[in-house]
Write a new protein. Structure first.
Length: 217
């Protein structure tokens, strides 16, 4: 069973926005799709950055994935059924499908997944799809149904109480064990970047609100 340090996962998620910052584990492959960011690291770790700017995220448009000849936005309520029968936000499902197709072409299969923001939405889907543990930060809601499904607790999702992105889309639900951590004093702004999440991880670990390592449930 693969276990991973929550603190190390936060450090990798922060470094993921510039792959040259990732020293160890080493980046073995990066997704060539210019609109989908994904890195495959030593140890079969899949690392998924997202849109670090919340203003960009709220306007996010999956331009290369024009399902039904229309662009998909974060607040779309359209859902689509995946291979397992689970109904997903169709934009997040399409984004995850690009990553899965890339990994299939590379003959690569992750043993652990880490993601932030849009990458955290894909992490929830891919943790179920590959049946592997995962840690995600600032994750929006990818699942259309409230009902539990198989392998829905593989992902540990860490959200800040003062970050609005994990509450979107409002008609969808998370697929993870969610740890929502609120600070006594807010960030005086929208706390969505991994810089903000590094501090909440430190707080959560020091106060026993987060496990030191995660191997899924």
């Amino acid at each position: 069973m693969t276990r991973f340090s929550v603190e190390d996962a936060a450090k990798l998620a922060e470094a993921s926005y510039k792959s040259t910052n990732i020293i160890s584990p080493k980046v073995m492959k990066s997704c060539p799709d210019r609109d989908v960011q994904a890195h495959f690291l030593e140890g079969d770790i899949l690392l998924l950055p997202g849109s670090n700017s919340v203003s960009d995220y709220l306007r996010f448009n999956l331009r290369p994935l024009r399902l039904g000849h229309r662009s998909l936005k974060i607040d779309d309520n359209g859902a689509e059924t995946g291979a397992s029968g689970t109904r997903w936000h169709q934009g997040f499902l399409a984004y995850s499908a690009v990553i899965m197709h890339w990994l299939t072409l590379e003959n690569a299969r992750p043993r652990f997944i880490i993601g932030h923001s849009l990458g955290a939405a894909a992490t929830q889907i891919l943790a179920k799809s590959y049946r592997v543990p995962a840690i995600a930060f600032a994750g929006p809601r990818p699942k259309f149904s409230r009902n539990r499904v198989m392998h829905d607790r593989k992902c540990l999702l860490i959200n800040r109480g003062d970050d609005p992105v994990p509450r979107l889309p409002t008609s969808f639900f998370h697929l993870a064990k969610v740890k929502k951590i609120a600070l006594a004093q807010g960030s005086h702004g929208i706390a969505h970047s991994m810089r903000h999440y590094r501090s909440i991880v430190d707080t959560g670990l020091s106060h026993g609100l987060l496990p030191s390592h995660w191997a899924g449930e």
